[in-house]
Structure formats: C-alpha cells, structure tokens
Design a protein. Structure first.
Length: 193
C-alpha cells in the first residue's frame, strides 16, 4: 500500500481542486448578448460587448442586470405550496395535540393488528401504508381523528410538522411530535409508543 500512497494523495488533491473550480466557476455567469450596457459610463458597441462577454469581463451595468435576472430566476424556481392531501394546513384539528398523537398511535396499532406488524419505512412510506397503500387497501386515516397529510405525503402533527416514526421492534413504534416550537428533540416534544 505504501507505494500507492503518494498517488492517492495526488488524486485527492486534484479532485478537490477540480470540484472547487467547478463550483466557483459555475457561480460566475458571463454577460449575455441581451445585456445592453447603455447606461454605463463607457458605452460599448454590440461587437465590443460580445468580446467583453467572451473574455469574461463585466461592466457595472451588466452586473446589475445579471443580479436582477438571477434573483428573478431564484424566485421563479421556488415551487408553489403543495396543498394538504388530508385535512387542512390552515386550521388545526378540533382537539388537543395529545389526542391527535394518541389517534396516530391507534392508527398504527390497528394496522399492526390487521397485518401482524407495524408499517415500516420513512414518514411518506408509513403514511402510504396507513392510507390504503397496503395489501388489503384499508385506510386507517381520517380527518375526524385529527390526522392530516401534507402535500409531500407526510403525516403531520397538530402544528403541521411531520411526525417522526422510530421503529423499536416489529410491533412497537415510537411516534414523536415536534411540539409547539416545531423543532424535533426539544423539551416540548410529545412522544408516545
């Protein structure tokens, strides 16, 4: 292994440098031919602007126009809010948070009784299994129990934060609600098994 160590170090250094250059070079955008530097202190002809763009030079006006275009693109890249699949994001369930968590536990227990074990996987996978995506196509979730599914297919607590499911065994699962601060692993979390 010792003869290959210098080569391995060289490959790591070259790879790191390549990644650095790739990400930093992609953050600088050349001025397109659409940008017209007419308000600049030194106006350029169309040919000169194209040459400056090819050389990577930016005029102050072109940079401002690029920045405004980039912020428009960034704002347009945000996806629209996804509606809830079950329940409403605007109104909390008409019961206290502990009851909603208890109803979540009851749904998990009903699934376990019918199928001989708890649903497994991530929150969206467990949600799918509880909402009819199981061998018998039985739905264990309903709005009357205060259970809601957000637009990403996750079961959410009273405050609209996705539940955290921790499989303890094939028949026991810990269900955690982030609580009113909407942050997991803080003192106000609600937990049931």
């Amino acid at each position: 292994m010792w003869p290959f160590l210098p080569a391995l170090i060289l490959v790591c250094v070259a790879g790191s440098a390549g990644l650095y250059l790739f990400f930093h070079a992609s953050s600088e955008r050349p001025v397109s031919s659409e940008t017209s530097p007419t308000t600049s202190s030194s106006p350029l002809s169309s040919a000169e602007a194209n040459q400056a763009a090819a050389a990577g030079a930016h005029t102050p006006t072109a940079q401002i126009e690029n920045d405004s275009r980039n912020s428009t693109v960034a704002a347009a890249a945000l996806p629209p809010p996804i509606p809830f699949l079950l329940g409403s994001p605007d109104t909390s369930p008409p019961m206290d948070p502990a009851t909603v968590l208890s109803n979540m536990r009851i749904a998990i227990n009903q699934y376990g009784s019918m199928f001989g074990g708890n649903p497994v996987g991530t929150n969206p996978e467990i949600t799918k299994a509880l909402n009819g995506g199981n061998p018998k196509e039985v739905k264990f979730l309903n709005t009357e129990s205060g259970l809601r599914i957000n637009g990403r297919g996750e079961l959410v607590d009273y405050w609209g934060t996705p539940f955290f499911f921790h499989q303890l065994s094939g028949t026991e699962m810990e269900i955690r609600s982030a609580g009113p601060d909407r942050k997991m692993w803080t003192s106000d979390d609600l937990v049931t098994k």
